[in-house]
Write a protein that binds this ligand. Sequence first.
Ligand code: AMP
Ligand code: FES
Ligand code: ZN
Ligand code: ZN
Length: 352
Amino acid sequence: MVASVSKCRVCREPAIIDLPRHNANFCAEHLLQLCRRQVEKAIADHDMLSLDDRILVAVSGGKDSLAIWDILLELGYRAEGLYIGLGIGDYSDESGGYAQRFADERGLTLRTIDLRGEYGYDVPTAAKVTKRVPCSACGMSKRHLFDEAARAGGYDVVVTGHNLDDEAAVLFGNALRWDVEYLARQLPVLPARDGFPKKVKPLVRLTEREMAAWCIVRGIDYQVEECPMAVGNKHLGYKEALNSIERQSPGSKSAFYLNFIERMAPILASHSRAAAGELVACSSCGAPTTEPDSGDAPVCGFCRLRGRVAGHDPVPVELVLHGGARTAYRAARLAAGSAASPGATADGRTAQ
Ligand code: AMP
Ligand code: FES
Ligand code: ZN
Ligand code: ZN
């Protein structure tokens, strides 16, 4: 936010935010206009959505997904929400509350899925049992449930709130490893394919800071805390690295990502097509999955994970946090006045 002497680039009224990458300041009204226009441009450039699509917005209760739901409705799209309770202790309960209140206050439809209630496991327990980082089970479960909910509900497209900071950080990580498979698939639109719904990211031209400002101006209350399981992970490190470059050289982050999409992604597209193998139906849930070499019945990654983890007793969030993440989690719980203690269990989780 800026000193009151700064003026909006468009109307010369007092500005509420400075955006160095645009080399300009904006008042509330023209900040909203800028955000709307960037979303419209992303949708048009990548043929993301049409006005008669039935859209399912994956809402986490954070600023980005609530903002994109709000923006799409403003622009006249038909969008309903989906919240997944991942069982990450108080964080999930609170996040679900923000999503539900947003929907209730506007009379919108929010579908909810509770991972433990409906599938018998949660993210902390999956992390403990698989001995992998929580985000791995979390990402796999979310992707599967977004797809399944879209298929079951007859939606044309799934929208997620991934923004420019998210996408640039993922691109940075993939480029550090020159992971061509992932680079080839890192697009703002994944077309529908073999039973997978179309998936789009209309916020790729907007930053976290712009989305926070959208929510503040529009009076949208959102989960401010980061997921406690993500604290200290590589993705957040990449974001910090890019922010440091951006401070030195405003506009670098958007040039890095948007020029990749414009110039590099088309070159990689042929690679992606060659890599896309045939898919078959999972013998357990029917979701599309790759055919096993062994000749066994095909089982998708989600069903394999569920088979391994379901039935294990819930593991408290704190048990799967390490070092700084655990300290940050305790501090946040104390600040929120929660009763969480070192021995607290992750029970009483989201039950939408
Ligand atoms: P994240 O991976 O947490 O950065 O989230 C990226 C996007 O995934 C969000 O903007 C949402 O669109 C979606 N998402 C994340 N968590 C959830 C959740 N618990 N339920 C539904 N959608 C989610
Ligand atoms: Fe998935 Fe944190 S939201 S591990
Ligand atoms: Zn203005
Ligand atoms: Zn399956």
